[in-house]
Design a protein around this ligand. Structure first.
Ligand SMILES: Cc1cc2nc3c(=O)[nH]c(=O)nc-3n(C[C@H](O)[C@H](O)[C@H](O)COP(=O)(O)OP(=O)(O)OC[C@H]3O[C@@H](n4cnc5c(N)ncnc54)[C@H](O)[C@@H]3O)c2cc1C
Length: 341
């Protein structure tokens, strides 16, 4: 019988290697990282030393090119040990993969080898205070002036934005053109006009910093434009939802968890019921199938992790918390009151 969950030997090796590093070197620090909002620099260094920072980067640029599944396995193992380290590790994909798929040769040579070696880290900056689920409505502008672009605006919720040496950042060259005006840039924090904004106080995963970024006539050299003018939204979608419909942020049935597509079966069923979709349509049949398969995989993994951890949290609590947070989007993850965890 065909089983699409079989792993190759290489993928198993990656999983086992990450498991060893994660359980031996990362898990013991996890509680402290979260309690003290500590950036997991040491943990990332260890992953880099083990050659695990370039799984998504082709060999020609210093990575191992083992693909998305190997990367997902690595994320899962790291997340078992420390959620903050896993999120920062994940963002290496959303920040760096746009360079793999849309970067010029010079951009690839400039950034990818250092990302693969773990010398630098990346971030992905699409969201804005008024542009979350509807990311195409972003208002940060880019205007070309000679050999550079001037960027103006405020970006929000930039995971790893305070530590990244390169940010894949999206701005519009013409708001009237909607998604067709969105253009990608590789922005370095040393560029004039770049300033870090406030650090979000989150309800968890606190070792993974999430910041705002202010751009005030931020000067980005033309050679740091990613792809052509107006190609940005397509690039962003290829990273966030490589095979599916547009992103629905952290909230829709297609949750794109920093590049790893996760389908929330419960929410999908709800949406299908309310939206009165025709389930005979092939694309929706495919969605249903995915939802069932991912539901089973999640169940199996939860059981596996429960064995390893020796306890299982009450799933109903998790469901209630997730539902509440989803309704508010990113806002639902903020800590506002002193008595919040
Ligand atoms: C911890 C954290 C880290 C993040 N890191 C990054 C990052 O690194 N880079 C980045 O670019 N972004 C990042 N984000 C932002 C994230 O992608 C957004 O939070 C997400 O896109 C949702 O946007 P929002 O928060 O503005 O919620 P909103 O878009 O305001 O959504 C709020 C609620 O309204 C619902 N809703 C929205 N539109 C509709 C509609 N048309 N019909 C019906 N319901 C709708 C949503 O489903 C949700 O339930 C991060 C967010 C968080 C919380």
């Amino acid at each position: 019988m065909r089983d699409s969950f079989y792993l190759t030997d290489e993928q198993r090796q990656v999983r086992d290697l990450v498991r060893t590093v994660a359980r031996g070197r990362i898990a013991p620090l996890a509680a402290q990282v979260d309690e003290t909002d500590t950036y997991p620099a040491d943990q990332l260094r260890r992953l880099g030393e083990a050659g695990l920072m370039g799984l998504h980067i082709p060999e020609a640029y210093g990575g191992t090119g083992l693909g998305v599944l190997a990367f997902c396995l690595a994320v899962e193992e790291i997340a078992w040990a420390c959620a903050s380290t896993a999120v920062v590790y994940l963002v290496q994909y959303t920040g760096g993969f746009p360079i793999v798929i849309a970067g010029s040769e010079a951009q690839k040579r400039r950034y990818l080898p250092r990302l693969a070696a773990g010398e630098i880290t990346a971030a992905f900056s699409l969201s804005e205070p008024g542009a979350g689920s509807d990311a195409a409505s972003l208002t940060t502008t880019a205007v070309r002036r000679g050999d550079r672009y001037l960027l103006n605006g405020t970006k929000a919720w930039v995971t790893n934005g305070s530590h990244a040496s390169v940010l894949t950042l999206f701005a519009t060259m013409d708001q009237g053109r909607g998604r067709h005006g969105v253009t990608g840039f590789l922005v370095e924090p040393t560029f004039p006009g770049f300033a870090l904004g406030k650090l979000e106080r989150k309800m968890g995963v606190r070792g993974s910093p999430t910041v705002a970024i202010h751009l005030s006539d931020c000067e980005v050299p033309v050679e740091n434009r990613l792809g052509g003018e107006g190609d940005g939204f397509k690039i962003a979608l290829r990273v966030l939802a490589p095979h599916g419909p547009p992103r629905r942020g952290t909230c829709g049935p297609w949750r794109s968890l920093d590049g790893v597509r996760v389908i929330d079966g419960e929410m999908l069923r709800e949406r299908c019921r309310h939206a009165d979709h025709d389930r005979r349509r092939p694309d929706l049949r495919r969605l249903w199938l995915h939802a069932r398969v991912s539901g089973r995989a999640l169940h199996a993994r939860r059981e596996g992790h429960a064995d390893l951890r020796g306890h299982e949290p009450d799933p109903a609590d998790g469901r209630r918390a997730r539902a509440g947070a989803r309704l508010a989007g990113g806002d639902g993850r903020r800590r506002r009151h002193a008595d919040e965890p």
